[in-house]
Design a protein around this ligand. Structure first.
Ligand SMILES: [Zn+2]
Length: 219
């Protein structure tokens, strides 16, 4: 590992602690901060009081394209792009502050937290790799997450075109913090989805993003 100053080292420790607080896995830390694996594990234990979970990260692109996760992913990524493109934030700040804003939004609208921090980080990686893009919904004009090669013309987001069973159950909205446990959204969570969707529409006036394909015009 390259020799670094005490200040740089302290910054890396602080950044790692912020990431751990938000729920980042060790693999995320390895990508975002310059600390030895041993120190990261010790820091994780100090911050969380438990050992970091083992196993692979969630890596499926398809997860972000299913109905409810797509709405959460679209909300987070719109915030992330606003922070990087218009507010001048670095990737690290946009990722961490953007995720906190996403949590606040879920809290305010009494919605569950479907997107874990590690998922949010993975989402940004998929965009950076050119696998996903933002596409403008032809109905609400909000931008939502689609595959890069998907046709942008006539695209309609999940909120404007929910599955037929959505909203037909009286099941109360439940909060989940581990997205792995929430691969599917229960129909009772539809109202919270509508709240998220109105936020996506409010994001519609943002400047075009790098990965965006506007309605009727492929990227
Ligand atoms: Zn829409």
């Amino acid at each position: 590992m390259a020799k670094k100053s005490i200040t740089e080292d302290a910054q890396d420790v602080m950044r790692a602690a912020i990431l751990i607080e938000l729920g980042a896995r060790i693999q995320v830390l390895e990508s975002e901060v310059n600390l030895s694996r041993d120190r990261m594990i010790r820091l994780y234990q100090e911050v969380k009081g438990v050992s970091p979970p083992k196993g692979m990260l969630p890596f499926s692109v398809d997860w972000f394209l299913t109905w409810a996760p797509n709405i959460h992913a679209s909300l987070f990524y719109n915030i992330y792009r606003f922070l990087t493109d218009l507010a001048g934030c670095s990737h690290f700040d946009a990722l961490t502050k953007g995720y906190k804003l996403y949590l606040e939004h879920c809290e305010r609208h009494d919605s569950y937290i479907m997107l874990s921090f590690t998922r949010a980080w993975t989402l940004v990686r998929f965009f950076d790799a050119g696998i996903l893009q933002l596409t403008r919904c032809c109905t609400c004009t909000g931008k939502f997450v689609t595959r890069k090669q998907d046709a942008a013309h006539g695209a309609v987001c999940g909120s404007c075109q929910p599955p037929s069973r959505a909203g037909k159950s009286a099941k109360p909205v439940s909060r989940v913090t581990e997205d792995e446990a929430a691969a599917e959204c229960s129909p009772g969570q539809f109202d919270a989805m509508e709240e998220l969707n109105s936020t996506l529409s409010n994001c519609a006036d943002l400047e075009p993003a790098r990965h965006e394909a506007s309605c009727g015009q492929a990227a």
